[in-house]
Design a protein around this ligand. Structure first.
Ligand SMILES: O=C(O)[C@H](O)[C@@H](O)[C@H](O)[C@H](O)COP(=O)(O)O
Length: 267
C-alpha cells in the first residue's frame, strides 16, 4: 500500500499504488471478514452495491480465494438496487451475478435480490420484510443499540456528487430514520427508480467499506473525509458513520489526490 492513514471519525484510509494492489487488498479484507463472521456466527451476511465495485472485487473469483473462502456460508444482499428486471443491463443483481456470483459456489437460495415485478415502493417494503425475517432467524445479525439489522459487511461505491448506495445529495431519503429500506423515483443517476438501504442500516453494520477509484471522485473523497467546514456536511458519504462498526476507505491514488496530507502516513 502506498499510504495509509485515518481520521478521527472518518475511518481507516487505505490508498493503493495501483488498481491491482487495491483489488488484492479488497479481496483479502472481504475474505478476512467472511472468515471472522463464519467463526463467530456461522454465516456471513454481505451487502453489495453496483457500479465499479463488482469489477474491483474480481480477485475473489480467483485462487486462492475461490477455494479458501467458505462460500456456502455467504448470504448476499444489495445496499441499493435499480428497479429494473433482473436480466436488464442496469440491474445491480445482474452485474453481481455475471461478475461474481456465477463464478463461485454460492448457494442460490442465499442470494436475496429485490422482487423485480413490483413498483419501487412495493419492492422496498418487500425487501425490508425479507430482511426482517432473516434478522429473526439471525442469518442477519441485529444491532445491540437499535432494532436495525447488523450486516457483517456493507460495500459501497461513491459517486462524483458524493452519493453512496442510492442516497443522493439533498434527497429526502437521507432523512429516513424509520424504514430499513426506502425507495426513490427521481435518481439523478439513471435509472431513476431505485431502492436503497437507509443510513440507520448502513451505520449499524459491523463493517462498512467505501471503494473509490479515479480522479473524477477526488473532490467527493476530500469532502467526505477532510475537515472542510459546513459545505461538506451535506455529502451523503460523510453521513456514513458506523455507530460501533468499522469504516474503511479503499482508494487509488487519483481518488485520494485531494485528501489533506495531515490524514496520511507512508507505509
Ligand atoms: O447502483 C448504483 O448506481 C450504485 O450502487 C452506486 O451507488 C454506485 O456505487 C456509485 O454510483 C459509484 O459507481 P461507480 O463506482 O461505477 O462510479
Amino acid at each position: 500500500m502506498a499510504l495509509s492513514g485515518g481520521h478521527k471519525d472518518r475511518g481507516e484510509l487505505r490508498i493503493h499504488e495501483s488498481l491491482d494492489e487495491l483489488k488484492t487488498d479488497l479481496a483479502d479484507y472481504i475474505a478476512e471478514i467472511s472468515e471472522a463472521s463464519v467463526k463467530e456466527r456461522g454465516v456471513f451476511a454481505i451487502a453489495l452495491s453496483g457500479g465499479s465495485l463488482i469489477g474491483l472485487m474480481g480477485k475473489l473469483c480467483e485462487a486462492p480465494y475461490n477455494k479458501t473462502v467458505d462460500w456456502s456460508k455467504w448470504y448476499i444482499f444489495w445496499a441499493d438496487e435499480r428497479v429494473v428486471a433482473k436480466n436488464h443491463a442496469d440491474s445491480n443483481y445482474k452485474l453481481a451475478k455475471d461478475g461474481l456470483l456465477s463464478k463461485v459456489p454460492i448457494v442460490p437460495s442465499h442470494v436475496h435480490s429485490i422482487n423485480d415485478s413490483m413498483s419501487a415502493e412495493e419492492a422496498a417494503d418487500d425487501y425490508e420484510f425479507v430482511i426482517r425475517q432473516l434478522v429473526k432467524s439471525r442469518v442477519v445479525n441485529v444491532s445491540d443499540i437499535s432494532d436495525c439489522p447488523k450486516f457483517d459487511l456493507i460495500l459501497l461505491g461513491l459517486g462524483p456528487d458524493g452519493h453512496v448506495a442510492s442516497m443522493f445529495p439533498n434527497h429526502s431519503a437521507l432523512n429516513e430514520r424509520e424504514e430499513w429500506v426506502t425507495f426513490i423515483t427521481d435518481s439523478p443517476k439513471p435509472p431513476p427508480e431505485r431502492i436503497t438501504f437507509t443510513l440507520p442500516v448502513i451505520n449499524s453494520a459491523s463493517n462498512v467499506a467505501v471503494v473509490v477509484t479515479g480522479d473524477s471522485k477526488a473532490e467527493a473523497v476530500h469532502l467526505a473525509i477532510d475537515d472542510v467546514g459546513p459545505e461538506s456536511s451535506l455529502i451523503p458519504a460523510r453521513m456514513v458513520q458506523p455507530a460501533k462498526g468499522k469504516l474503511v476507505w479503499f482508494l487509488d491514488k487519483p481518488a485520494a489526490s485531494k485528501l489533506e496530507a495531515s490524514n496520511l502516513s507512508s507505509k
